[in-house]
Design a protein around this ligand. Structure first.
Ligand SMILES: [Zn+2]
Length: 505
């Protein structure tokens, strides 16, 4: 017996100006293939690693054509999508089953549902082949994903620290199905609501309770139960919250559990709505928090520009306000600006420079734009930007920030990078000789994933409304394609929500 295992992972922010060519997949030039792809799935905590582990424990032969994962950004270029999906489909020939690590929110230049299109193509090439899929909690579910998969599993944590378990669960159920031990049957539904990403953390109500209930169902009544909070910064028809329940040949039970989860989420919809505070008030609140008793840095979250939700990572408004209010002893991660990095490398370590930082992407999806920030300081350190994750999320992953410079303004250490990464691991700072725990303030361009490492050591956390394509102010975004009505963009009567469900069966 032989299994094909592959990764094709991208969360597409359709409002993002950041391009997504093939070179964005992987931590170097192009996505790893063959033995390099196997290396990516060994000793890591990813979904694909969980799939590979289960297959290897069972002594099954595996083939890994490609492991393609890119940080979130705008729609995937058609050539990149074709390349990745061709590699997977070309390796199908003598395989008996397929395990795929997919995100579930991939939009390409021509497709709203990149994953569903891949799965349909696999099924048309090999009708009846068993397919197990692991999805991110931010999946936007489409019918073609469910119709062309044997089993689907999803994360139960945000920050995502159970990717490995999600992959191994999909693999175990698929192998049991192939051995005739179980007969997976699925029910799914997509709810007319767009939960705000900042309110989706599993430390908090209501997603904590939703995921706990899903896990309880998995223990008691079902093979796999996934509640996808969805990714709202995607102007596509099926964006939103959804659920998939897999039972062992019990369709009625699958439907009943699916209905229970979706009704629970709908009842708590108001708690998924974000309330915005003015930026100057947030930065003042951070100053007050720093004066209070306690240890650890005060974290200022520049969450409108989180690269792991498609942010350009070059907006400057939160950093500008930090400088304007004269916060001292700050480390900021980071500003994406390869041109400024080159200028500072040319100047050399120790030199005084004045650079125009960030504000270079045009944010066509927004009415409000960011502006470059002119900053003077000393070039403190130059790095190749590579480090290995040691924290609980993505443990062991090789990170590449590209050429990186630390610019010291006297009050603020600004990390300026050439490749997009979200600061969810201490290595973002420690690899550059900065001890983040000794700083009074950290500015992080993150939304929830920073919690995995930084929340336990922070004195306080202040959410700052800057500028960016992950804006919490939905009135800044033009939604033209998402189905309507959808909460909270529209009022949906409490009792009418079932009419607006997309579901099967
Ligand atoms: Zn996610």
């Amino acid at each position: 017996m032989k299994l094909l295992i592959a990764m094709m992972s991208h969360e597409t922010n359709t409002f993002s100006p950041v391009p997504t060519p093939l070179s964005r997949f992987g931590s170097g030039d192009n996505p790893p293939e063959g033995s390099a792809a196997l290396a990516v799935a060994t000793g890591r905590s990813s979904t694909m690693a969980g799939m590979v582990y289960v297959a290897q424990q069972s002594g099954i032969e595996i083939v890994i054509p490609i492991a393609a994962g890119a940080p979130p950004s705008g729609p995937v270029e058609s050539d990149a999508y074709r390349y990745i999906t061709d590699r997977i489909c070309d390796a199908l020939d003598d395989c008996d089953g397929v395990l795929l690590d997919l995100h579930g929110a991939m939009v390409t230049e021509t497709l709203d549902d990149g994953e569903g299109s891949l799965l349909s193509r696999i099924r048309s090439l090999r009708p009846g082949i068993p397919i197990g899929v692991g999805l991110d909690m931010h999946a936007n579910l489409y019918p073609a994903m469910v119709e062309n998969a044997t089993v689907i599993t999803g994360y139960h944590t945000y920050p995502h620290i159970d990717m490995f378990e999600t992959g191994s669960r999909a693999a175990e159920i698929l192998l049991d199905a192939m051995a005739g031990k179980v007969k997976p049957t699925m029910a799914w539904g997509n709810c007319p609501m767009l939960p705000h990403v900042m309110r989706q953390g599993t430390d908090d109500f209501p997603n904590r309770e939703l995921q706990q209930r899903a896990m309880e169902m998995e223990e008691q009544d079902a093979l796999a139960v996934s509640l996808f909070t969805g990714f709202p910064h995607a102007d596509i028809y099926n964006a939103g919250l959804s659920a998939v329940v897999v039972t062992d040949n019990d369709p009625e039970k699958a439907q009943a559990l699916r209905d229970e989860l979706l009704e629970m989420a709908w009842r708590d919809r108001e708690s998924f709505v974000y309330k915005i505070e003015p930026l100057d008030a947030s930065v003042s609140a951070a100053k007050s928090a720093a004066e209070a008793e306690g240890d650890g840095p005060v974290i200022l979250l520049d969450h409108y520009d989180n690269t792991a939700s498609g942010g350009s990572m070059d907006t400057t408004e939160v950093l500008r306000e930090i400088l304007r209010q004269s916060l001292d002893d700050v480390a900021a991660f980071g500003i994406f600006d390869p041109a400024a990095v080159e200028t500072m490398i040319a100047a050399g370590v120790g030199s005084l420079v004045t650079v125009s930082l960030g504000g270079k992407f045009r944010l066509d999806a927004l009415e409000v734009q960011s502006r470059p920030l002119e900053v003077s300081g000393r070039v403190r350190l130059i790095s190749d930007g590579r480090f290995t994750v040691t924290g609980p999320m993505g443990t062991g992953a090789a990170m590449n920030m590209g050429k990186t410079v630390v610019l010291d303004t006297g009050r603020v250490l600004i990390v300026v990078i050439s490749r997009h990464i979200e600061p969810y691991d201490l290595g973002c700072f420690t690899s550059l000789g900065i001890d983040p725990l000794q700083k009074k303030y950290l500015m992080l361009k993150s939304r929830i994933h920073y919690r995995a490492t930084f929340k336990p050591v922070a004195k306080a956390i202040v959410e700052c409304a800057g500028v960016g394509v992950c804006t919490s102010d939905y009135s800044q975004l033009r939604f033209n394609h998402v189905r309507r009505p959808i909460y909270p963009l529209d009022r949906v009567n409490a009792d009418d929500f079932k009419e607006h469900l997309i579901h099967q069966p």
